[in-house]
Design a protein around this ligand. Sequence first.
Ligand SMILES: [Zn+2]
Ligand SMILES: [Zn+2]
Length: 438
Amino acid sequence: MSFLFAVVRFENLHEVKRLCHWGPMIALSVIAICSTIAVLDSIIWYWPLDTTGGSVNFIMLINWTVLILYNYFNAMFVGPGYIPLGWNPENSQDSVYLQFCRVCQGYKAPRSHHCRKCNRCVMKMDHHCPWINNCCGHLNHAYFTSFLLLAPLGCIHAAFIFTMTMYTQLYDRISFGWSSVKIDMSAVKRTHNPIMPFSVPAFAATLFALGLALGTTIAVGMLFFIQMKVIIRNRTSVEAWIEEKARDRIQYYQTGEEFVFPYDLGSRWENFKQVFTWSGVPEGDGLEWPVHEKCHQHTLTIEQLKQKADKRVRSIQYRVVEDYNGACCPIGKGLRTFLRTPCTEEPRICLTRGEVLFATRGYQPPTPLAGYCFSPGWLLKNLRIPMHKWWMYGDKVLSDDQAKAGARTRGWFPRKCVEKCLYDTANNSTASEEKKEN
Ligand SMILES: [Zn+2]
Ligand SMILES: [Zn+2]
């Protein structure tokens, strides 16, 4: 047990609850199935332990499993690192350049974002990954990326074992007729005498594991390349999105500014060394970052503030014309609204006639926050089903008291329950006055 404690940092033991979620359950099942069947296939049928090759093969299989689990559990339990609750910048004057998080009751340090699922502000947040049921961020970026590299490598080894087991075991039992292929599973394998015969269930299990291993190799391998791109450019997927919006904003207002992304240190190797270190702990404290010579600590946070102000100006107000009870698939709002419900864990918000909302998007977010995770929501999102005709996403305009208390009602609602406000009120105070009149 002490060995386990030494290997996996269990100081965040209360984090064990993160295992109770479909993501880790599926991921751990895939790891368990592939490694168990690979070990059984090799020692019983393909490469028994009484040969040197067989022993080396066995040790390698165990090695993959240990390394994969080590990085997986560290990514999950070490976590991304959270900004301390109620955090203030060292120099209090700097707070004007930062956004305030009402939930954490503190300022958002540069590169941090509030994760709704973790309910904390996360250091250098990249995305919330459902497969580790935690955010990928500052402290676990290297563990997460190592896992993404090791899992496909282990799967390729396992897939080789599965294929060779089936090939060698079926070779003598398979016969081709004029119009049929016959597999005689009762035929005894001549070349070698296994502990037990290769049965139909063993064949089915091996085939199933092969499917899992190949699927994992492709899906996780792609994620690895995406994460490596994030690391060598030192630009998280959230930041890439902010940068794109910065260019949009500058072009839209023709301000003539030049936006330089501050955290790219100019060399891939330098960027790589920020995340991967020999000690396993990344460079920096997660609050202050080395920046490009043309930039300063708050270049990006100032840009974020400008974008936030711009979004407020450009978002459109809607008035509720029909009540909505917050159901995922509401009955009575039309068949299409029922069928085209957004495939996301994001909340739905109840609506009452007369309420006012700011709609920020009428379709699934192009933001990579929920990003490329191959989760069911991700897959459906990327099938590009146009939901904006039936569903919208936005913020309810709250009374001043509620807003001060930090309340926020944000989520999805059916398009047909709201109607665009004809008057142009782009700021909150006018909107709440409008609401009080009703
Ligand atoms: Zn927060
Ligand atoms: Zn999170």
